[in-house]
Design a protein around this ligand. Structure first.
Ligand SMILES: [Fe+2]
Length: 181
């Protein structure tokens, strides 16, 4: 580095310095810009499926804590999709497709309610109810990623996907204000 400094003229060093500062600012700006809605949703899907997998194990310690973490991931995710992502799709001719997704969300909530009412001490029944939630979430995720996302990609450009990603994060923040069951 010292040798490079000696070799470069001061104006070249200045140019490099400014270029590095510019790159740094762009990187920070990039973080502030947030993420494309589809990659955000995919990440959350992967997270919730992994959490459901773990919850399905027998004799799990800290089940209650893990269950709360899973709910804090799943419930704001669904609320954010319903308030921000789905209306955008409905406005672009995908009303029928989205009505299927909304119905799946209703079914998942019903199964979650049943699971919430089942005592964790009754592990056999709790795991059975848990399995139903897991199956419903997995098939919803599969349909969303393989059917809904490709249609969204056809109708939305990168800038819009990014903007929806930001609004989704905002809506999720508000969903946390409502007590989760
Ligand atoms: Fe989703």
């Amino acid at each position: 580095m010292r040798r490079l400094n000696l070799w470069l003229s001061s104006s070249a060093r200045e140019t490099i310095h400014f270029y590095l500062m510019w790159l740094r600012e762009r990187a920070i700006w990039g973080v502030q810009m947030g993420q494309n809605i589809l990659s955000l949703l995919r990440q959350e899907h992967a997270k919730v499926v992994a959490q459901l997998d773990e919850l399905q194990q027998q004799g799990l310690r800290d089940r209650k804590e893990l269950f709360n973490r899973m709910k804090n991931n799943l419930l704001p995710h669904m609320a954010g999709e319903e308030r921000v992502f789905y209306p955008e799709l409905e406005g672009r001719g995908l009303r029928d497709l989205v009505s299927g997704s909304r119905e799946e969300h209703t079914a998942i909530r019903t199964l979650m309610d049943r699971l919430n009412r089942t005592s964790m001490d009754d592990e056999e029944n709790w795991l059975r109810a848990m399995l139903e939630v897991r199956e419903a979430v997995e098939s919803h995720v599969e349909r969303e990623e393989n059917v809904v996302f490709p249609e969204a990609r056809k109708r939305m450009d990168a800038a819009l996907l990014l903007q929806i990603g930001n609004r989704f994060e905002e809506a999720k923040g508000k969903a946390h204000l409502v007590p989760l069951r």
